[in-house]
Ligand binder design. Sequence first.
Ligand code: FAD
Length: 143
Amino acid sequence: MTFMHLIELVYVSAKPPLPPGEIFRIQDAALRNNARDDLTGVLLFSRDCFVQCLEGEREQVTRTFATIADDDRHRQVALLHVAAIEERTFGDWSMGLLDGESPAVRAALNEIVPGGLLLPANLDGDAARRVVHRARTLHLTRR
Ligand code: FAD
């Protein structure tokens, strides 16, 4: 019998200015690869920041995180939280996408980060974990 070791991983990174549509190209690759690799999660972005949660089998999460961390479409990738989980939070999202600049998202995150503003400097492990779990209750920018 093979045991699944499920984990969730949350990182934050600095987002440089990206060409129009690049976020959707990133999400398209994530949707394609994550469905293949049985990974799920959410990607939030603001003007200056990405916050992403990946969940799945621990070796696969680690492999994909290594690929993402090497991507030059962001910088200063900081791993903030890794934990074993019994079940997935984002089981039906191969990679949900949320615009952290939208008023509804900022209002929802206001109780976690000052002004609801996603900035790498505003996020420690606990805040980043709370942000992604709060994101589960919000309306996605694009599924
Ligand atoms: P490819 O088919 O090689 O590329 C997919 C598309 O991305 C193509 O349009 C290609 O031109 C473009 N592209 C690839 N790498 C770069 C680059 N370095 N600079 C500019 N354009 C590029 N991948 C996942 O599999 N799962 C994720 O959850 C995930 N999340 C990400 C979150 C962020 C914030 C970022 C920046 C990237 C993420 N990625 C994710 C993408 C990942 O870093 C790799 O680009 C991707 O996994 C490569 O997959 P591929 O070989 O199938 O894509």
